[in-house]
Design a binder for this molecule. Structure first.
Ligand SMILES: Nc1ncnc2c1ncn2[C@@H]1O[C@H](COP(=O)(O)OP(=O)(O)OP(=O)(O)O)[C@@H](O)[C@H]1O
Length: 329
């Protein structure tokens, strides 16, 4: 299979007077595992459904494999979508569920049987053909939904929060399996999630969305190390933001060093005086809330058995090296 790219150009979509997507431009590379990451209501699902053909935009164009698909119905788009609730038929067996989309496409019976077997193999469910969805665990149901979508051999795989119904441990295991499967198939995949850890661990690149606008596109490292604005800095990891000379400066809690006051002020980077306001032991590190004037700064300090924690009320000097300071737009 030759993977295809997806290009979204100046797309806008409104429901009545509610503008849900505003001038979205995005290029997803062939074979890429791409995440749409944002809080609830940011427009991720709307954008995914638009690529699938379930939503229509009022402005701009959507290209799949270089072809403008505006106006093309979902079944003519060569895309497969896995829905958040899986949408499996409860009265059908696993094999019948997986075969369903193929029968609709009028594919010959023996070809259908082959493809059902191959896609159940792919997701590790060989031998489960005769079960009904109600006789499977949540994780297995999720894999049936994935097998059913892969069976139609789409050029683009669209996943709408596919792991959100799984418990925390299974979610981690399933996202690793999904990543491996995606790499093996090399299929262009677009993954909607509101969970930053899921996006950072699974995807090649991420578009961070807020209020129908793409705030930044980048690799997990780029977004974490070089957030362009306050929203991305706070949504991808946690960030401290302080005002300096009329600009916002962001830095990560783990970049902060704490020394008991009085301590010499560092020539380079940021130095602030404050007082420990709260202490949380996280195991690997200790998280300190430091009161600095009217604002709070979070410092994550690596824990060591030889280091007594600082008590609430201790006056401290906060230091952040210049290389860890990020000016924001
Ligand atoms: N059919 C509709 N009619 C009117 N408004 C809609 C419709 N569908 C979605 N919206 C609105 O569009 C905005 C974006 O919704 P969307 O479902 O795309 O967000 P999301 O980022 O996927 O959020 P979530 O993670 O909660 O699913 C929301 O404010 C929502 O209320």
């Amino acid at each position: 299979m030759n993977p295809v790219g997806v290009d979204i150009r100046n797309v806008a979509l409104a429901y009545g007077t509610t503008q849900v997507l505003r001038d979205i431009t995005l290029s997803i590379q062939p074979g890429e595992f791409f995440a749409l990451l944002g809080p609830s209501g940011s427009g991720k699902t709307t954008l995914l459904r638009l690529i699938a053909g379930f939503n229509q935009h009022q402005h701009g164009e959507v290209l799949i494999g270089g072809k403008d698909v505006t106006g093309t119905p979902p079944w003519d788009r060569d895309v497969g979508m896995v829905f958040q609730n899986y949408a499996l038929w409860p009265h059908m067996t696993v094999a019948q569920n997986v075969a369903f989309g193929l029968e609709e496409r009028r594919i010959p019976r023996d070809r259908i049987r082959e493809r059902v077997r191959a896609s159940l193999d792919l997701v590790g469910l060989a031998g489960y053909d005769a079960r009904r969805p109600g006789q499977l665990s949540g994780g297995q149901q999720q894999r049936v939904a994935l097998a059913r979508t892969l069976a139609i051999e789409p050029q683009v795989l669209l996943l709408d929060e596919p792991l959100s119904n799984l418990d925390a441990k299974l979610r981690v295991q399933t996202r690793q399996e999904l990543r491996k499967l995606q790499q093996r198939l090399g299929i262009t995949t677009i993954f909607v999630t509101h969970d930053q850890e899921e996006a950072l661990t699974t995807c090649d690149r991420i578009a961070v969305m807020d209020q129908g606008v793409i705030q930044q596109v980048g690799t997990p490292f780029e977004l974490f190390d070089h957030p362009v604005n306050r929203f991305v800095a706070g949504f991808v990891g946690s960030a401290n933001i302080v005002q300096r000379e009329g600009r916002d400066i962001a830095f990560r809690p783990h970049a902060v060093t704490l020394r008991k006051a009085p301590a010499p002020v560092q020539a380079e980077g940021l130095s602030l005086e404050g007082e420990i306001a709260a202490v949380e032991f996280l195991g690997v590190s200790v998280r300190y809330d430091v009161q600095v004037g009217p604002s709070r700064v979070i410092a994550d300090v690596a824990h060591s058995r030889d280091l007594a924690p600082l008590a609430i009320g201790t006056p401290v000097v906060i230091g952040v090296p210049a290389s860890e300071l990020r000016p924001l737009d």
